[in-house]
Design a binder for this molecule. Sequence first.
Ligand code: AMP
Length: 277
Amino acid sequence: MQRRARAWRGENLRVAFVPTMGYLHAGHLSLVRRARQRAGAAGRVVVSIYVNPTQFGPNEDLSRYPRDFARDSRLCRAAGVDVLFAPADGEMYPAGEAGPYSTYVVEETLSRGMEGSSRPTHFRGVTTVVAKLFNLVLPDVAVFGAKDFQQASVIRKMVRDLNFPVRVEVAPTHREADGLAMSSRNKYLTPEQRAQAVVLSQAWRRAREIVAQGAVPVPVLQAELADFIAARPGARLDYIEIFDPETLAPLAQAAPGARLALAVFFGKTRLIDNETI
Ligand code: AMP
């Protein structure tokens, strides 16, 4: 991958990159379209598919994470992707002569709350794998989804702090007709859970309506939305946070322009969503 990327750079070809964990859906493909726009017709678009073990906690869904490489490969070909990069675990985290893999990238501020609280080792895995992928693919531009808003903020910060010569772009969340954010994990939902899962997008829409009437204290809004979610059979709230979209700092007052993020369990399946309210 790196040899190919260096050859492209030698030819002055623009490289746009979309890192994913595969089991591709229309949300991923919207990022691929954005990448093509940024690379231009003459440039190169790279998609990576790698279910990165270091970003999963010990009791998470690593082993059952959905995979369908043949289908992903067809979708990438149809979308005009130039290279589909799908490394194996042994290539990404090799145990060499000097012992096991032992170098990690850690962002220490933006990765603290929300997903970082619920999944303590998650962002260390994300920043490490994205740094590695950037060094392999050598992209000019990398496209991430707003679906994982905190992740995009953490990556942006890593790029700035470590001087990666990569422009990070964030594309909007692609949704099902009823508002559910597309996610590879939606596959885990039973039909009943799928019907209830619309509560995530209903929650931020409701928050948007409430703050449009005037600012409200965050604990009041959190309590109201927690009740709203608890009223759905099978839904168990993990967190709901209202924060500054630049610093990710929690806010005391919820007002238009704030960002809301939430995580809700349906059985073992954990879904996240976020939007500006
Ligand atoms: P994943 O394969 O879930 O790790 O996601 C790979 C990339 O696709 C990340 O940048 C995600 O934020 C992005 N992504 C996932 N779901 C969506 C969606 N529904 N809309 C837009 N981007 C998404």
